[in-house]
Design a protein around this ligand. Structure first.
Ligand SMILES: Nc1ncnc2c1ncn2[C@@H]1O[C@H](COP(=O)(O)OP(=O)(O)OP(=O)(O)O)[C@@H](O)[C@H]1O
Length: 304
């Protein structure tokens, strides 16, 4: 049975659920990622991002619902299906005892669509010698080598689970530039999860926010930013009861001024503040980092 090559969605989950004992990690998740572009998945620690990837790749069984990768049920992926998907995780798992050149030659034999110029371009950004053992590479070099291998396989879909974790600024930039290069030259859809908002702001076409295993947002990052607004106002006393504030994500008092981060509120929100006695109301622009932190912080567990 051959895999549906023209599947409209590279990732499709319907009612996907995963529980460990009494803990629900993915909660009836419906997610459809169309072919093409860079899709970034963000969520607090433990939101279920890696679990989702493991189920999609067929490494882990679900408790309920369905998961499809490139149109194929994740439980039935064949070796051919797997060859169409590249996977890079934070550990950059590679055989430490082998030489870089030997691993490369092995992969080249394994993947019929191997693209040597792509491999050379990506690995060219890193100071990696083919005679070196993989175990001798620095964290950044290992990440670059892993990405070069994954991209040279010519995958239709590349899944990256926090690929730049622990890399310094220079290595992160080199990694991201290689990703952008691959996007410009290859028909490859990228799905990656990261906590690095500046990366997402630069790269992602689509922002997926997972919260406690459920989909909280799916839109271009700039559309999500436009949904969150930050009002600063001089409000008498403690201000209105937070429970009465429409769309409230976060309220803070800084230097005597109230800062309100609110979701899906129009200019009527300033009228609400005015009615509560607020003066000098300023509507500040919101960056992606602030917007995502506000939404993830809303239900985040806090110390008792
Ligand atoms: N084998 C397991 N047994 C029990 N609980 C598990 C197991 N694997 C994962 N979990 C739990 O599932 C939840 C989701 O984990 P997951 O690794 O998918 O989160 P994540 O969103 O990738 O987090 P992070 O951003 O910290 O990497 C966590 O609360 C974790 O403790």
């Amino acid at each position: 049975m051959s895999a549906p090559s023209g599947a409209e969605f590279v990732v499709e989950t319907i009612g996907l659920t995963k529980s460990y004992g009494g803990k629900t990690v993915l909660d009836r998740l419906d997610l459809r990622l169309p072919r093409g572009g860079i899709h970034a998945i963000v969520g607090a620690n433990g939101a279920g991002k890696s679990t989702l990837f493991r189920i999609l790749l067929g490494f882990l069984g679900a408790s309920g619902g369905t998961a499809r990768l490139l149109g194929r049920d994740s439980r039935c992926l064949t070796a051919d299906d797997r060859r169409r998907v590249g996977f890079v995780n934070e550990e950059h798992s590679l055989p430490d005892w082998m030489k870089v050149g030997t691993v490369t030659a092995m992969q080249r034999r394994l993947y019929p669509a191997w693209n040597q110029p792509v491999f050379e371009t990506v690995i060219g950004s890193y100071n990696v010698d083919p005679g070196q053992k993989v175990g001798q590479l620095s964290r950044g070099e290992r990440a670059g080598f892993n990405l070069a291998l994954a991209l040279a396989q010519g995958p239709e879909l590349l899944i990256l689970d926090e690929p730049t974790l622990g890399l310094d600024v220079v290595a992160k930039r080199a990694f991201m530039e290689s990703l952008m290069y691959s996007q410009a030259t290859e028909a490859c859809t990228i799905v990656y999860c990261s906590h690095q908002m500046e990366e997402i702001e630069r790269l992602a076409d689509n922002l997926i926010i997972l919260e406690r295993g459920r989909l909280r947002n799916m839109s271009p990052p700039e559309d999500f930013c436009a949904r969150v607004r930050h009002f600063v106002a001089d409000v008498p006393f403690k201000g209105p009861d937070p429970a009465s504030v429409p769309g409230l994500l976060q309220v803070q008092r800084i230097d005597g001024l109230h800062h309100y981060l609110v979701l899906d509120q129009g200019d009527g929100f300033a009228d609400f503040l005015r009615a509560a006695g607020a003066r000098n109301i300023i509507d500040q622009p919101v960056g992606l980092d602030e917007a995502v932190n506000a939404i993830l912080g809303q239900h985040h567990a806090a110390p008792r």
